[in-house]
Write a protein of this length. Structure first.
Length: 396
């Protein structure tokens, strides 16, 4: 439904309220993940920063992730060499045979003692190159089957390849996984970016060394109690989308984030603060937060033609006026669900505007702020977001 676009995330809005991974039946209100690889199964996005599939019921309504049977998580890093015409989003001009030859040469270098991470950074066409090819942890069915089969066929520390998938040729190293990631966690962060970072955010011209020095000093002061985390995030974080919420990016699945970031968060206890973690956007100081109770809401969305991907022909002023008219009808006694089905521009209209339960941090800030500011059963609006104007009823 409402896509909560953060500087950390790669944004591509599917439908009206959620920025979800499985685009069918979703709205644009949800936030999108930070870093991903191109080897996700067909049901998932195959782009840099793509999401992991959301949990949806048979009606397409987004739900808070439910506990699933535990599966053995795999952990690996890889180097991807695509060929012209493969499914990888790449501008390479190599033929399939030339790409394999290059992959063979890279494998020989690794067997000869070359540094895997440095070769990944220099040669791989996967976004994971920014983290030395590191993919983090993943369930076996998360990646395309040829990739997973190759990982499962080797032991920890072994390297295999070239392995062919639709994306190209892969050199893969299986890594030990002594500390499996949890299903989800709540996290706040302070981002210290630098000029030359893979995904530089903010306007700072500091160097990498300057960024690392600043992040190290801040982390030490925060752990010593000399600084307040929220105030420091507000004053110094380069992530404009989270700095005004105390650095909070809400509740996340580990697969939504940069792998090194998830490793660091998983190693923390609630309220603990990490050492700086280098990611493609810069150095992050992380704090693991307690997971709050989920929220719940219904809404009616009136889009306007200035919204992202909007099919509406209404101006902003016309959309706001229409939303105000609908709110007046609700206050006059008309049913919320009926009006949602009749007027809402969100796919949730088929459920009477019901968005189900959602974790904090999953909706765009203005939408979530409105929900948090209302009592259960209270109706507020019109609330403006980048998607249009919302009339919102808090349900949980």
């Amino acid at each position: 439904m409402l896509t909560r676009a953060r500087a950390l995330l790669s944004i591509s809005t599917p439908c009206v309220l959620l920025s979800a991974i499985t685009f069918v039946g979703l709205s644009p209100l949800h936030a999108m993940p930070l870093g991903a690889t191109p080897m996700l199964q067909d049901g998932d996005q195959k782009t840099d920063g793509s999401d992991a599939p959301q949990d949806t019921d048979s009606r397409g309504k987004t739900e808070v992730p439910k506990e699933k049977p535990k599966t053995t998580l795999l952990r690996a890093r890889h180097i991807l060499i695509p060929w012209k015409g493969s499914s990888a989003q790449s501008t390479v001009e190599l033929t399939k045979e030339e790409a394999k030859k290059k992959a063979d040469e890279i494998l020989e270098k690794i067997k000869g003692g070359a540094d895997f991470a440095k070769l990944a950074a220099a040669e791989s066409s996967c976004p994971s190159k920014a983290e030395g090819g590191y993919l983090g942890q993943f369930e076996p069915d998360r990646m395309v089957k040829e990739f997973t089969a190759a990982v499962q066929a080797i032991k920890d520390g072994e390297v295999t390849g070239p392995v062919e998938t639709q994306f190209g040729w892969h050199i893969i190293e299986r890594l030990p996984n002594p500390a499996p990631w949890p299903e989800r966690f709540a996290v706040s962060h302070i981002a210290i970016s630098f000029d030359g970072a893979e995904r530089h955010i903010g306007t700072s011209k500091r160097t990498r060394d300057e960024a690392k020095k600043l992040a190290t000093e801040l982390a030490a002061e925060l752990r010593a109690g000399k600084r307040d985390f929220a105030k420091t995030a507000s004053e110094l974080s380069d992530d404009d989308n989270s700095k005004n919420s105390g650095g909070s990016i809400g509740v996340r699945r580990p697969s939504d984030l940069f792998p090194r970031m998830s490793d660091a968060i998983a190693a923390l206890k609630v309220d603990e603060i990490s050492d700086p973690v280098e990611t493609p956007i810069g150095f992050l100081i992380l704090r693991r937060d307690a997971i709050p109770e989920p929220l719940g809401a219904k809404h009616i969305l009136i889009m306007h033609k200035a919204g992202p991907g909007s099919p509406s022909k209404l101006t902003k002023e016309e959309a706001k006026a229409k939303a105000a008219e609908i709110l007046a009808k609700i206050k006059g006694g008309e049913e919320f669900d009926k009006l949602a089905r009749e007027f809402s521009d969100c796919p949730s209209k088929s459920q009477g505007g019901d968005l189900g339960e959602f974790d904090r941090g999953r909706m765009v800030p203005d939408f979530e702020k409105a929900v948090l500011g209302a009592k259960v059963g209270e109706i507020v609006g019109p609330i403006e977001t980048e998607f249009g104007y919302h009339i919102i009823m808090r349900t949980k």
